[in-house]
Design a binder for this molecule. Sequence first.
Ligand SMILES: [Zn+2]
Ligand SMILES: [Zn+2]
Length: 127
Amino acid sequence: MTKIKEGIIDALSENDCFLSKQELIEKLKSKKIKPARSTIYRELRFLIANRIIIKNTIKGIDYFEIPQNYHYHLICLKCGKISQVRINNFLKNLEKQIAKQNNFNIIYHSFNIYGYCHQCQTYLSKK
Ligand SMILES: [Zn+2]
Ligand SMILES: [Zn+2]
């Protein structure tokens, strides 16, 4: 485990939801880790390939996250704000059922709900 990999994993687990590449670089900087961008990309690719982290591309921006604490994402189409929605046991069980019925070994899920956040709704209705 390289120092950079460890730094990326630490930063993502502290955050507990998505971080963009830029945010991730900022977090690493605050941990006194300043790798070259090409090194970060290589480490990210490795971590994704080994299913340690997941990548989600939203509106052309790559976001990274450790698949911990089950949650879905609410993504605002206007300001791009991403919020978490904790999911309940009903959905967890549903996923288990889907896995069983389809004999599918689920490693992670990525469920995004798109729409307008509260602030943007207010803004759009005033227009
Ligand atoms: Zn998340
Ligand atoms: Zn918004």
